[in-house]
Structure formats: structure tokens, C-alpha cells
Design a protein around this ligand. Structure first.
Ligand code: PEP
Ligand code: MN
Length: 510
């Protein structure tokens, strides 16, 4: 067997490799029927859109833009509602405005959404309310309901996942095209009850500057002709369930039949550009460069970007084999268990042509481990032929999980998918201060190594959940019981996420 990314690739060549986190379906016939259905259904995203994201990520790799990626840890089919989609989109938009304003960078927005339905689990079994059952592995696989029978993998869920992705993607496109991200509409900038007056005052100053700038642009008409009405929002998820990803991978054969529509000159609003230091010199509307046409090849049309998880990135295993053949931008989670000596061979496999911006290294060490691991990883890339090709993104969530023992209030909260019962219990949380600390250290370490931290990858929700402690409202461990709603990892709520964007934007200004 060929190893390490040599040999011919097909959408199913991953099947010849060892695999972790794989799924066994009891009903082989129903599984085959689902895959055949997925094979016939139309792509969820197009090669042209995927290429557009690649173009933008190239700018991130070069240090000219910032990649903001965020969404739920485990997206549920139940989250496919107008309100929940809108809340997340507005939050990502607001965070990106703060980053554009504060960090003076263009922002590329990628949602963990419209397909983030498969979860790797550290243990195949878990105990819920005293009963042992298969772990919840995401809505694409099994039900979160605490019933051992419903926890068995159900092949019909593969097709349900497609349709929930499609409905989410459809509403995303329609809502953005209809002005959901229209900056003419007022946005809610409140941070809730901010306990620290200095945080509140600093925040207020920035909010006023942003709202004044938008107001001025509207008044003098700089926003006419496009730019303020809509934004691009790309989708992403962990490419864990390879049968699903394979079924949506399509060969793009005929670039010549897919000529781009004639380019309509579209002025770019100053807010979408890197703002000028010298405010007297207002930038003139410029024309967007025409998008590059997609090249021949295989595109995973389940999302614009897919990533390999920290548990599935073994060099000789199935996931890396699948990912090496697709033309999409690829994320790779990089944690403390990645030896620097594996990183360059992994890049050799996934990006042999060294396309700039193709690979996003999503580092997730934990605030007390980053200093020991990130420098070695940066140096390994710098000393290789991949120097300058990768996007470095910090995921300050996954290395900073911790347990809290709290008394849950029945009603608002769920644990492992079941309604909380009264009494004390252990739940997963993260500290806002740890998340911020990992981000700050990532930025400093990149700077001191002559490298560029190009983005952040967050688990967040537009809802007022209480899953992470800290932030301006100073949520405590006991507050977690108020509205603990995640079905997997704890997420930043909308106020914590917005505050984090302000603080990170501040790091770039310093
Ligand atoms: C995740 O992003 O939800 C996840 C499981 O991350 P990681 O692979 O980094 O553990
Ligand atoms: Mn997670």
C-alpha cells in the first residue's frame, strides 16, 4: 500500500487506510440507499465559491486579512430556525466589524454552520442519568436523546443532515441577499451588565466610533452602490464522516463551460477595506479583481471549508488521505500531541503544490501549553518549503476545557442532551480569561517569530447561554446552571464573543 500521500487518489481511496472514529451501521442496505441519494443530490456550495474563499485566504496567509471562524461545537438539526441562524450571522458580522475597525484588516468570515453535525468523541460510551449508552456523536449520526436505542447510528440521518445543511445554507444566502447584514440597520451593541467600569468605558468609546463611522458614511453617501448591504459568509465543518464527504465530492471537469458572468464593476465600501490611518485621505471605490475560475479537480461541495480534527490527522490514516485530494481550503487542528516533525510531512501530503492559503493550521494547545508548543510548530514551517503558505489560526477553546461542579436548575439546562435534574453535577466549561490568554500568547509568539496570527476559531452562539465563565458580566461557575444548553462543548455567549472580538482587535492595535 502506498503511504504518505503518494499513489493515486480517488474520492474513495481513504477506504484503503486505517481509520479512527469510524461508524458501524447495522442496516447496510439503508446506509447504501442514503449514500446513493446523497450522490444524486446537487452540491450545497459551488467550486466557484470555494475558489473565492481560497482567494481570500491567500490574503490572510500574506498578512493582509483576518480569518474569523465561529459557531457551535455541535450544530443540531433543531438549530435550523430563522432566529438562531440570524442571531449567529449578526454576531459574526458584528465581531467582524469590530475587528475591521480595531485591527485595520479585512475580515474573512467563515461560520461553523450548515453542516457541523458530526462529533469525534473521546469515549464511544457514556453514562447518562445512571444509564450507560453510546455517546452522542452529532445529529448526522445518532440522536442526543438519552435512549440507548436512539443512540445507535441511523443512516437516514445522513440525508437529514444534507437537507438541514441545505435549508440553513438557503436561508443564509437569502437573508444576506435581502439585507440581514445591511449596516443601515441598527445593531445591538450592548454587553449586558458590565461589572468592570473600565471595560465598559473602553467598549463604549469603540462602539461610538464604529456607529459614528457608519453614520458618516451613510450621510455623505459613501455607502451607495453596494458594500454596506451584504457581506460574504462562508460555511465550514469538521470533515469527520468520510462517507458523507465522499458522497458530496464532485469532479469539476469543464472550466470552459463555466465562464464567470461578466464582471459588473462594484465599488468596495471603505468599511470592507483596510481603513486608512490618515482619515483625510478617503479611499476611492475600487473594482474587485475578477474571481479566478475554478480549476479542474475534486471539490467537496458539502461546505466551502472543511477541517481535519485533532483526533483524526494521523499521516497514514483515512482522513488525511481523503483531504489530500480535494481542492477546498483545508483546516488542520494542531494540538500538543502533534510532534513538530510530523507537521511538515503533513503539509507535504495535503498541499504538495504549496498553494498559498490552502491550509489553515488551527492551533489549540491550552493557555498553559501554547508557549511550549507553538514556537516549535512555527519554526518547523518556517524552515520548510511551506514557509509563507499557511494561515495560522488560534482556536483558544479546545485546549482550555475544565470541569465545574454545579447545582443545576432543572428547566433551562441540559446535560449530555438530557434535561438537567436537580442536584450537583459535573459539567464542562471554559474560562473567558484562559481563552483570552491563549489568544494573546498566540499573537505575541507569532510576532516574536516573525510570523502572522491570521485568525481565530471560536465556539460561540448568538443565544444568551451560560456555558463559559468570566467575561464582562463575570459569570461564575454557579451561574452556569442558568442556561447551560450545549450538546457538546461550552460556547461563548453573544456578549462574551463580542467582548472577545474587542479585546483581540485591541491586541492588533497595540
Ligand atoms: C471541535 O472543533 O469541536 C473539536 C472537536 O476540535 P479538536 O479536533 O481540536 O479537538
Ligand atoms: Mn468542540
Amino acid at each position: 500500500m502506498e503511504m504518505n500521500g503518494t499513489g493515486s487518489w480517488t474520492p474513495s481511496s481513504w477506504k484503503t487506510r486505517p481509520i479512527v472514529q469510524s461508524v458501524t451501521y447495522n442496516d447496510a442496505h439503508s446506509f447504501e440507499t442514503s449514500l446513493q441519494k446523497l450522490n444524486r443530490l446537487p452540491p450545497l456550495v459551488t467550486p466557484r465559491e470555494i475558489v473565492k474563499l481560497k482567494d481570500e485566504l491567500r490574503e490572510v496567509a500574506r498578512g493582509n486579512a483576518f480569518l474569523l471562524q465561529g459557531g457551535d461545537c455541535a450544530e443540531l438539526f433543531d438549530y435550523c430556525t430563522q432566529d438562531m441562524i440570524e442571531a449567529k450571522v449578526k454576531l459574526l458580522l458584528q465581531m467582524s466589524l469590530v475587528l475591521i475597525y480595531g485591527a485595520k484588516k479585512k475580515v474573512v468570515r467563515v461560520a461553523r454552520m450548515a453542516g457541523q453535525y458530526a462529533k469525534p468523541r473521546s469515549s464511544p460510551m457514556e453514562v447518562v442519568n445512571g444509564v450507560s449508552m453510546p455517546s452522542f456523536r452529532g445529529d448526522i449520526l445518532n440522536s442526543y436523546e438519552a435512549d440507548p436505542a436512539l443512540r445507535e447510528p441511523d443512516p437516514k440521518r445522513l440525508v437529514d443532515a444534507y437537507f438541514h445543511s441545505a435549508a440553513t445554507q438557503n436561508y443564509l444566502r437569502a437573508a444576506l441577499a435581502s439585507g440581514l447584514a445591511d449596516l443601515h440597520a441598527p445593531l445591538d451593541w450592548s454587553l449586558g451588565h458590565v461589572r468592570d467600569p473600565s471595560v465598559r468605558d473602553n467598549y463604549q468609546v469603540i462602539v461610538e466610533r464604529i456607529t459614528d463611522t457608519l453614520e458618516m458614511m451613510r450621510t455623505i453617501g459613501l455607502d451607495t452602490g453596494g458594500g454596506l448591504e451584504t457581506v460574504d459568509l462562508f460555511t465550514s465543518h469538521e470533515g469527520l464522516l468520510l462517507e458523507y464527504e465522499q458522497a458530496l465530492t464532485r469532479q469539476f471537469k469543464h472550466p470552459s463551460n463555466h465562464h464567470p458572468p461578466p464582471e459588473i464593476p462594484r465599488p468596495v465600501s471603505p468599511v470592507a477595506q483596510q481603513p486608512q490611518k490618515n482619515h483625510r485621505k478617503t479611499s476611492l471605490p475600487t473594482q474587485l479583481p475578477p474571481p479566478l475560475p475554478p480549476t479542474k479537480g475534486y471539490y467537496d461541495t458539502s461546505a466551502h471549508m472543511v477541517w481535519v480534527g485533532d483526533r483524526t490527522r494521523q499521516l497514514t490514516h483515512a482522513h488525511v488521505e481523503f483531504f489530500r485530494g480535494i481542492a477546498n481550503p483545508i483546516g488542520v487542528k494542531v494540538g500538543p500531541s502533534m510532534p513538530p516533525s510530523d507537521l511538515v510531512p503533513l503539509l507535504d501530503i495535503l498541499n504538495p503544490d504549496r498553494e498559498v492559503g490552502k491550509i489553515v493550521l488551527i492551533t489549540r494547545y491550552g493557555c498553559d501549553k501554547i508557549a511550549a508548543h507553538l514556537p516549535g510548530h512555527i519554526r518547523a514551517v518556517q524552515n520548510s518549503r511551506h514557509q509563507g503558505t499557511v494561515v495560522w489560526q488560534c482556536d483558544p477553546m479546545h485546549g482550555n476545557g475544565r470541569n465545574a461542579t454545579v447545582t443545576m436548575s432543572p428547566g433551562g439546562s441540559t446535560i449530555n442532551g438530557s434535561p438537567a435534574t436537580a442536584g450537583s453535577t459535573t459539567i464542562k466549561t471554559r474560562r473567558f480569561s484562559d481563552i483570552l490568554s491563549e489568544l494573546r500568547q498566540a499573537l505575541q509568539i507569532h510576532r516574536s517569530h516573525g510570523s502572522y496570527l491570521g485568525g481565530m476559531h471560536l465556539e460561540l452562539t448568538g443565544e444568551a447561554v451560560t456555558e463559559c465563565v468570566g467575561g464582562a458580566e463575570e459569570l461564575t461557575e454557579q451561574d452556569l446552571s442558568l442556561n447551560y444548553a450545549t450538546f457538546c462543548d461550552p460556547r461563548l455567549n453573544e456578549k462574551q464573543a463580542l467582548e472577545l472580538a474587542f479585546l483581540v482587535a485591541g491586541f492588533y492595535r497595540d
